[in-house]
Design a protein. Structure first.
Length: 341
């Protein structure tokens, strides 16, 4: 199927209440903010969104909420991968029913996929359940254990999966990513999935990327892309380094819980994570935000021009949550701050 994702897509986080249940009321705020930050789409129920820790009913509810909120504004890519291929197929069919734009799936990961042929068989079953939607295989070998030749997968899958559009490639092998892009005269849309190596992917022709950090640093990465396209490699390297430094700081703590905490500081109440992912302790959360402030990262992650708090007073510091009505201004201000970096 000829379909192309373009630009940055945020791998969305799943908002949760303190008891771990879904907080669907936060999704419109999240999609409003992401739209204003400049991403072109969302990737829902993936690794970032804790899709594998959700029930199928929860995944359907989350899909419906994100699709409804994003319709006509952001491309909605829904991850339907599951250890049960029957469940994955049902989730895929549901995506088609509710109007999602794209479906995607990882390989089953408990019983390991040990051949390209087996992987094609599995993905063909899932993709066939939503034949009208473009299908993207989600290559995440670190988590699935499916360490296979992706070029060969595309060659075989092209014969079996009519709606195969491309792949979300989340692995550091830039040479394989490039080979997949150039296969069959660029037949497939290969989307980059390793945020800290975005510049490397751009150098070999990447046109799109999906990542967790684009939830909080889309303006930075959009500026990186612009610098690369303008031939300003020194500037692009400088911005990539800023992204790496941010990621390294977040990795000192539970990574996904840290980004959820930052989004909560933006005014989008994301809550914590479900086990086996860990949430931040109170001390960790305090230390994280202190480090963001002391390193200057909060200056381009949080600073908002003329944004007032809920009681009408201007913020005197970066810590208060930002009212939902000002999330659009936040995204605009992030872009302005990134312009000055």
């Amino acid at each position: 199927m000829d379909y192309k994702l373009r630009g940055l897509l945020a791998a969305t986080y799943t908002p949760m209440h303190a008891n771990g249940s879904l907080n669907l009321a936060e999704i419109p705020k999240m999609t409003d903010y992401l739209k204003q930050s400049g991403v072109s789409g969302i990737y829902v129920c993936g690794s970032t969104g804790e899709g594998m820790s959700l029930t199928s009913d929860e995944r359907r509810a989350l899909t419906e909420a994100f699709v409804a909120s994003a319709k006509g504004r952001l491309k909605s890519v829904i991850h339907v991968g599951h250890n049960s291929l029957s469940e994955a197929a049902e989730l895929a069919a549901h995506c088609q029913q509710v109007g999602a734009d794209v479906i995607s799936a990882t390989a089953p990961s408990y019983y390991k996929i040990n051949s390209v042929e087996m992987l094609v068989d599995c993905m063909a079953q899932v993709a066939a359940a939503a034949p009208e939607l473009p299908f993207y295989y989600y290559h995440m070998p670190l988590l699935t254990g499916a360490v296979l030749d992706m070029r060969r997968f595309l060659e075989l899958a092209d014969e079996r999966i009519p709606n195969l559009a491309g792949m979300k490639y989340t692995a550091p092998m830039v040479h394989e990513f490039q080979a997949c892009q150039e296969l069959m005269d660029g037949r497939f849309n290969i989307v980059w999935g390793t945020d800290e190596m975005l510049l490397s992917a751009l150098a070999v022709g990447a046109q799109s990327a999906i990542g967790s950090t684009y939830n909080i640093a889309a303006p930075l990465n959009r500026k990186l892309i612009s610098a690369f396209q303008e031939g300003n490699l020194d500037r692009a390297r400088e911005l990539q380094l800023k992204s790496i430094q941010m990621i390294n700081l977040l990795l000192k703590y539970p990574f996904h819980a840290s980004i959820k905490s930052i989004l909560t500081r933006f005014g989008i109440n994301c809550g914590g994570c479900r086990l086996p992912l860990t949430s931040l302790t109170s001390d960790q959360e305090k230390q994280l935000h202190q480090e963001l402030d002391s390193t200057g990262m909060s200056q381009w992650l949080f600073e908002v021009t003329s944004v007032k708090s809920c009681n009408g007073e201007k913020h005197s510091g970066p810590h208060p949550a930002i009212p939902p009505s000002h999330l659009g201004q936040l995204a605009k201000s992030q872009a302005e701050i990134t312009d000055r970096m």
